[in-house]
Design a protein. Structure first.
Length: 186
């Protein structure tokens, strides 16, 4: 006889519990629909007895149609968030190198076929990758790990110190339907 706490799969979950949604295919590919213009290119890390090598960018990939004109590295402390920000004149091209980062995107472009869509992208030193974020897409970079996280940005324009191409909203804005609050594991 089955214990009383075991339920049939067809029954309502106890206490209003919600089942997990599918996030990857059986082959491990993400099932998310990306915002128009967003690209995610997984990186390959080559390991041998001397150490490892991970390619950040190669023009042969065809991922970045505009040339690399400016590169910088940024760091985010554990539990901290950079964003929400939006660019009008440049695309961001982020490569996560070290740490555990959640990149949250919100398409605020009225003319976009994905206007109003949200994307959450998780990258780390175990799952490195390059994310292309088109201009007009709000984004936030959040360290969801327990040590400093580093990423490299290769924006399509060099930083203009006199007139930065950066519009900001506070992390807790009600204009973006997403909470940047870190949730408990489980």
């Amino acid at each position: 006889m089955e214990p009383s706490h075991v339920r049939d799969r067809g029954e309502t979950p106890p206490l209003g519990a919600v089942p997990d949604e599918q996030t990857v295919t059986p082959a491990g590919q993400p099932v998310r629909d990306l915002i128009a213009g967003v690209q995610v290119r997984s990186a390959v890390t080559h390991v041998d007895d001397r150490g490892e090598l991970c390619e950040i960018y190669d023009p042969a990939w065809g991922v970045l149609p505009e040339p690399v004109v400016y590169v910088y590295q940024a760091m985010v402390r554990p539990g901290k968030t950079k964003g929400w920000i939006l660019h009008r004149e440049q695309d961001d091209r982020l490569f996560v190198a070290l740490g555990f980062i959640r990149i949250v995107l919100y398409d605020a472009r009225a003319e976009s076929p994905t206007c109003g869509r949200l994307n959450e992208i998780f990258l780390s030193e175990r799952n490195r990758g390059l994310v292309v974020i088109p201009r007009g897409v709000f984004h936030a970079v959040q360290n969801v790990g327990s040590f400093d996280a580093y990423y490299v940005n290769m924006p399509t324009r060099a930083y203009n110190h006199r007139a930065p191409d950066k519009l900001r909203l506070p992390p807790d804005t009600d204009q973006i339907p997403f909470s940047l609050t870190l949730r408990a594991g489980g």
